[in-house]
Write a protein of this length. Structure first.
Length: 193
């Protein structure tokens, strides 16, 4: 009985925490855009700890194909705002956690502020190599997909309730315009019968 309990406890002891800075430049280690590191290769049961830096940032799960659009039912940290001027590696920065379910690739982007189309993306367990001429889901291609995304269709998180209500009103108005019948149009050519 003791051996079984000990064996059950081993995976939780062996789980590893990966701290990922959101709003931290991976190349300089300073405040900036993106995730630091931008890619990790954890095992099932490991934890990703998203640690948020100065400004408004988020960690939102997406897909390889649509890197700047939230995955339905996927992880979403919500927008986390840290006061401007907060040093990059301050103690006590806000965090959220994501538990890795398996070793399949998982894709994230920073939805706050429209940073995804500038390359603010993060990947878990991407393919390591590009073995064929096809676009395999590796971290470099994921970032390229994000940067090639149309900024007008990329998802941007509202940072306040007024921004949220404005976005909602705009969506309703656009829907109304698209659904409006077009029977008021003049024919292009008048036939003289």
């Amino acid at each position: 009985m003791r051996v079984a309990a000990l064996l059950l406890a081993i995976p939780s002891v062996l789980a590893f925490d990966y701290v990922v800075g959101v709003g931290k430049d991976e190349t300089t280690g300073q405040l900036g855009m993106g995730f630091d590191p931008s890619s990790v290769r954890p095992q099932a049961g490991d934890k990703i700890v998203f640690e948020f830096r100065a400004g408004s940032h988020s960690a939102v799960e997406s897909t390889f194909k649509d890197p700047c659009i939230p995955k339905p039912g996927g992880y979403n940290s919500g927008v986390i705002t840290v006061a401007d001027g907060t040093p990059v590696d301050s103690k006590g920065l806000p965090t959220t956690e994501y538990i890795v379910k398996d070793t399949n690739p998982v894709w994230f982007f920073d939805q706050a502020g429209g940073l995804c189309t500038k390359g603010a993306v993060f990947s878990i367990n991407p393919e390591l190599t590009h073995v064929t001429p096809y676009r395999w889901p590796n971290a470099g291609q994921f970032r390229a997909n994000a940067e090639a995304s149309d900024p007008t269709t990329a998802s941007v998180a509202p940072t306040s309730s007024s921004a949220s209500s404005t976005a909602s009103s705009l969506r309703q108005e656009l829907r109304r315009i698209r659904l409006q019948p077009h029977h008021n149009r003049e024919p292009k050519h008048q036939l003289g019968y």
